[in-house]
Design a binder for this molecule. Structure first.
Ligand SMILES: NC(=O)c1ccc[n+]([C@@H]2O[C@H](COP(=O)([O-])OP(=O)(O)OC[C@H]3O[C@@H](n4cnc5c(N)ncnc54)[C@H](OP(=O)(O)O)[C@@H]3O)[C@@H](O)[C@H]2O)c1
Length: 273
């Protein structure tokens, strides 16, 4: 059987590396990144020449996980962030529309202000960070250019990844993050469940903005405490603290029951492996 040929950008990142690992039996993946880490092909998506080299190849699907994902990095280099997080997905949407191939792009709960939960796909979005704005405007640009594109809004990615970029849960378990906010609510999202749901979403022809995230919101401190307790680790090193001003706090996402069930099933199957 011929597997669909899939271009995966950001393949050395957290989500990209998991998509590559978990879906390689269902998709024939061409993994690309900026650095070439984890045996990915080197393509700088800010370079016109590299972009053209990519678009010269034939794919049946393009999955874009490339982004500048640290809000502080966006502030340090707003132009680069705007180009990668906003203009690149727009350019990609134009290409996918012209080729009539499906496109999956990832967005974030940080497009919302975090003041009037719960958030659905149609809730008004007013980000409080530059990162959030680059992502929100990308969502608008992508849909404007290609209505059939699938944009997945998700939240804090958690779970085991082999990337040099680590997830929140890995940072907690390794003791790299000790300060956890008691007043910041997010839908901590199982990264393998998120990756595993993608073929299903395509088969069911989902398009537009879809919220796919952990099934309910928890404070970051509650999540961290539960994670450590479940792993039989000491919680006394955690420092429970309040988020700095302007941090979106009530970012509860409302996740469709179908997506919750699909993600649960994938996580269950993985645990049973
Ligand atoms: N992480 C989260 O908790 C979270 C939460 C909500 C939404 N999201 C969204 O989910 C998506 C994936 O996030 P992630 O955390 O997996 O990202 P990540 O780990 O930060 O990885 C980003 C990827 O983008 C690549 N990249 C950066 N600049 C590039 C350039 N100029 N040319 C080509 N590639 C470039 C990086 O390549 P190198 O590795 O080679 O540098 C890396 O592979 C993003 O759209 C993000 O906004 C993430």
């Amino acid at each position: 059987m011929n597997l669909p040929r899939v271009l995966l950008t950001g393949a050395a990142g957290r989500l990209g590396s998991v998509i590559r690992e978990d879906l390689s039996e269902r998709w024939n993946i061409t993994p690309v990144s900026r650095s070439g880490r984890m045996k990915t092909a080197v393509f700088d998506l800010l370079s016109l020449k590299d972009m053209e080299r990519l678009f010269d190849q034939d794919f049946d699907l393009i999955v874009n996980t490339a982004a500048i994902t640290e809000p502080s990095e966006c502030v340090l280099d707003p132009v680069k962030s705007w180009k990668l997080n906003t203009l690149w997905p727009r350019r990609l949407a134009i290409h996918c529309a012209a080729q009539s191939i499906p496109m999956i792009h990832f967005s974030t709960d940080l497009v919302y202000s975090g003041g009037i939960p719960p958030y659905t796909e149609s809730s008004p979005a007013v980000p409080s960070s530059l990162y959030g704005w680059t992502k929100l405007i990308a969502d608008r640009f992508v849909l404007n250019r290609y209505q059939e594109a699938l944009i997945i809004r998700t939240s804090v990615l958690c779970g085991e990844v082999n990337s040099t970029r680590t997830t929140f849960s890995q940072d907690i378990l390794a003791g790299r993050v000790r300060n956890v906010y008691v007043d910041c609510w997010r839908n901590h999202t199982p990264i393998h469940g998120l990756a595993g749901i993608l073929p299903d979403l395509l088969e069911r022809s989902f398009s537009g903005i879809q919220i796919v995230a952990g099934k309910y919101a928890r404070s970051r401190s509650a999540y961290a405490e539960e994670l450590l307790t479940n792993e039989g680790k000491d919680i006394s090193d955690l420092i429970l603290t309040y988020a700095p001003p302007n941090t979106p706090s009530k970012l509860h996402l409302q996740v469709r029951s179908l997506f919750r069930q699909l993600v649960d099933q994938i996580c269950l199957n993985m645990d049973n492996k």
